[in-house]
Design a protein around this ligand. Structure first.
Ligand SMILES: Nc1ncnc2c1ncn2[C@@H]1O[C@H](COP(=O)(O)OP(=O)(O)OP(=O)(O)O)[C@@H](O)[C@H]1O
Ligand SMILES: [Mg+2]
Length: 376
């Protein structure tokens, strides 16, 4: 993934930011074991995470991701270096104060520790009782977040009556219900299907946008990586890369892998990517309708669609496929309807930007015309 390298230390920019970093880690080493068995697993790690930033951490097994996350979460004592969380330096806090820090963090770890005697809603409510809400407010909020995670039909179920993925989502609801300013998550979508993963990603993204929460998440799921603001990679106890991701770069990266766009030079590709916007469709939604004027060109970045002409399905398209070019080239109305058969993510290019891309590159135009004649 191409990206802009984050400044490891950027005091001037940091000073001009409206709020302090949510997390500051500097010079952190960590050892497991004693004496001859003492083994260093983290080496001089530094990272600063801002509010409203969704950071995805990747790396091979044993790289130290969970260890670093548990240190930031005050679940393990800092042995060397400094960690400051939501403005508090962990090594200077009493055990009681550390409990307070943990309360301000939403944890989503593999061991979700749901209470077996309590229903899904009651498990979520446990987290809310630490706050100060009225019972009806709590119920509304608890049900709302469970519904957002697709658990509306499981509200009064006990954990042992739920699937692994459902339990995991209850744990996510519990972690997010108090709108924490920091969320630490370790492979939160490992047991989830596509649709549930999507809901979790949406909720996390909304939390960063609406409540300026900082999220640090270990995952290898590309759907989350696509929603990330920043990608941190760890190998052998060290952060080896730390990149900030921008939409245009992400789109560019995606276009590069699509045959049609291989005809464009890197500059042309960047131009097109910058003009594209991301748009999502729900399952069952009509994206374009036969007979309508053609205003836009679509590229599917995730999900699948049916192309229907005169009530007959003529094609089924998925990730990396495009549609909508025929009406733009011919100037005639849409010759087919395109329907999302599941949630679909698209990159959309307006008519005039599409025309500029055609004008800018003869090879691109030739390649597109080949497709056009086969579909027209
Ligand atoms: N409690 C422990 N005692 C001793 N060694 C440990 C302990 N926990 C982790 N380690 C070791 O520390 C190193 C880092 O482990 P960690 O769990 O942080 O890696 P990770 O990147 O989260 O891996 P994974 O992707 O498999 O979860 C590994 O070599 C692991 O064996
Ligand atoms: Mg781990």
């Amino acid at each position: 993934m191409s990206a802009v390298v984050a400044e490891p230390e950027a005091p001037p920019a940091a000073l001009s930011r409206p709020s302090a970093p949510a997390v500051q880690v500097s010079g952190v080493n960590h050892f497991y074991g004693e004496g001859a068995a003492r083994n260093q697993v983290l080496f001089d790690n530094c990272i600063e995470v801002q509010p409203a930033q969704l950071v995805v951490m990747t790396g091979p097994s044993g790289a130290g991701k969970t260890t670093l996350l548990t240190l930031v979460g005050a679940l393990r004592s800092v042995q060397a270096g400094r960690i400051s969380v939501l403005g508090r330096e962990l090594s200077q806090l009493s055990p009681r104060e550390l409990v307070g820090v943990r309360r301000d963090i939403g944890f989503v770890f593999q061991m979700h520790n749901l209470f077996d005697a309590l229903s899904a809603y009651e498990n979520v409510k446990m987290a809310m009782q630490l706050g100060r809400q009225r019972p009806e407010q709590m119920r509304r909020r608890g049900v709302e977040i469970l519904e957002q995670l697709g658990l509306g039909h499981r509200i009064d179920y006990r954990p042992r009556m739920l699937s692994g993925g459902e339990r995991q989502r209850v744990a996510i609801a519990r972690a997010l219900v108090n709108e924490p300013r920091l969320i630490l998550a370790d492979e939160p979508t490992a047991a989830l299907d596509r649709e549930s993963t999507r809901k979790v990603v949406e909720l996390l993204k909304a939390t960063t946008v609406e409540h300026a929460a900082a999220v640090i998440m270990v995952t290898h799921d590309y759907r989350i990586i696509e929603a990330a603001d920043r990608l941190v990679h760890m190998v052998d106890g060290r952060i080896v890369s730390d990149v900030v991701l921008h939409d245009a770069l992400r789109i560019c990266e995606f276009l590069r892998a699509v045959d049609l766009f291989r005809a464009l030079t890197p500059t042309q590709l960047t131009d097109v990517a910058e003009k594209m916007t991301k748009r999502q469709y729900r399952a069952g939604e009509v994206i374009i309708r036969e007979g309508d004027p053609g205003e836009e060109f679509f590229l599917i970045s995730d999900g699948e669609v049916d192309v229907v002409r005169a009530d007959h399905e003529v094609a089924h398209l998925g990730r990396g496929d495009f549609f909508g070019e025929v009406a733009l080239i011919s100037g005639e109305p849409r010759n087919s309807t395109v329907l999302a058969t599941e949630p679909v993510d698209t990159f959309v290019l307006g008519k005039s930007d599409f025309q500029s891309a055609l004008d800018a590159s003869a090879p691109f135009r030739d390649q597109l015309y080949r497709v056009y004649f086969s579909r027209h």
